[in-house]
Design a protein around this ligand. Structure first.
Ligand code: NAD
Length: 357
């Protein structure tokens, strides 16, 4: 029987393919815009400049702001808004990963400027109405439908330069969105279909990217999967895994995608007894799982050769107890009751880098 559900369609318009960047001038005109401000990180200036050149005969940017930073610090947003006003920008175009997209969202929600987004990682922020901003070292997250970018242009060509290590961890970060969407409190059959399709696409393509980063078919399959997983993240509520990553990443300054990659099998293993049907579906989507989704994730991470322990990223042994305390502070919905001692064990295993059981 199909249980009763509510399904909200995200309004974003999506353009997907190879070479789709060339469609940016048309998108800008379609929205009756003339002078977008282009945003990037300092590491992606070249990609941003190449975009400017590639479309220069049809689109003049009002300016280029290249100071996007992890965790969207509000002082960077303030500076970007002053610059946007100075150069008379009527919109923003973000080209980059979650950090750059976060800046685009922050400018857009504060100023009302339309936001066109060109993602270059698999993190999925472009599909969500969520914005996390940091002020005075404290990260606050809010959700508002107005935060969603109006148009998202996925150009597979841009992901060809995503380093293999970041491709793997960013891809598993995306898988984590879909895993939690499968057992979300407000989940629904449509999102579950998209989640499984997204996981399948990423789990099959990430090992291929690892062995051949120039594979166009693997790269396009991964970006397609990342889009679906990002859509799941933006559509339903997340649970234990995302809560743990937010807590550990924020409290101990751990890298975003790597933390998701390390925590996921342990968080899933914790929730497994409460979600037998979802575990079965998930196992079917993960190659070589032998019917066990946790094993499937362990196999995938082994193939990708990713780091498995949080201590390698600077987490200290005493942080295991601290992290447990913080994770227990705010209660939130999870398919299995969150018990302190067992959560400590989950964090400990991620800290030590054990295989999930
Ligand atoms: P990122 O945007 O910080 O990028 C990591 C590094 O890789 C940066 O130096 C970037 O310039 C570089 N890079 C990105 N794409 C590249 C490419 N194609 N080629 C070469 N270099 C490239 O990393 P991320 O994992 O995409 O995003 C992490 C941030 O996004 C975190 O702050 C996280 O909280 C946020 N996030 C937010 C949401 C949301 O819904 N609000 C969702 C996911 C992530």
């Amino acid at each position: 029987m199909v249980e009763a559900f509510e399904y909200n369609q995200s309004p974003a318009r999506v353009i997907f393919g190879f070479g789709t960047l060339k469609r940016l001038p048309d998108e800008v005109s379609r929205l009756s815009l003339k002078a977008p401000l282009l945003l990037s990180t300092p590491q992606q200036i070249q990609q941003a400049q190449k975009l400017q050149e590639d479309v220069s005969d049809r689109l003049k940017f009002a300016g280029l702001f290249t100071e996007a930073t992890m965790h969207t610090p509000t002082n960077v947003t303030d500076k970007a808004i002053v610059y946007a006003k100075e150069v008379g920008a009527d919109s923003v175009v973000s080209i980059g990963g979650g950090s750059t997209i976060g800046l685009g969202k922050a400018i857009s929600i504060r100023t009302g400027l339309p936001h066109i987004c060109i993602p270059t990682t698999y993190a999925g922020s472009e599909m969500t109405p969520i914005l996390g901003e940091t002020a005075d070292g404290v990260k606050k997250t809010r959700s508002d439908p107005k935060i969603l970018p109006g148009t998202v242009i996925y150009d597979v060509d841009l992901t060809m330069t995503l380093p293999v290590g970041l491709s793997s961890t960013s891809g598993v970060n995306a898988i984590a969105h879909s895993v939690e969407a499968l057992y979300a409190q407000n989940g629904n059959p449509i999102i579950s279909l998209l989640a499984i399709e997204g996981i399948r696409a990423l789990a099959s393509s990430l090992p291929l990217i690892k062995s051949d980063p120039t594979s166009q078919s693997a790269r396009s399959s991964a970006l397609y999967g990342a889009w679906l997983c990002g859509y799941c993240l933006g559509s339903v509520g997340m649970a234990l895994h995302h809560k743990l990553c937010h807590t550990l990443g924020g409290s101990f300054n751990l890298p975003h995608a790597e933390t998701h990659t390390i925590v996921l099998p342990h968080a899933l293993s914790y929730n497994a007894p409460a979600i037998p049907d979802q575990m079965k579906k998930l196992a079917e989507a993960l190659p070589e799982s032998d019917g066990d989704a946790v094993k499937g994730l362990n196999v995938l991470l082994a193939k990708l050769g990713v780091e498995r322990s949080l201590k390698k990223f600077g987490m200290k042994e005493e942080d295991v107890d601290k992290g447990t305390e913080i994770a227990m502070r705010n209660q939130y919905w999870n398919p299995r009751v969150v018990e302190k001692e067992k959560i400590r064990e989950v964090i400990w295993r991620a800290y030590e880098g054990e295989d999930a059981r």
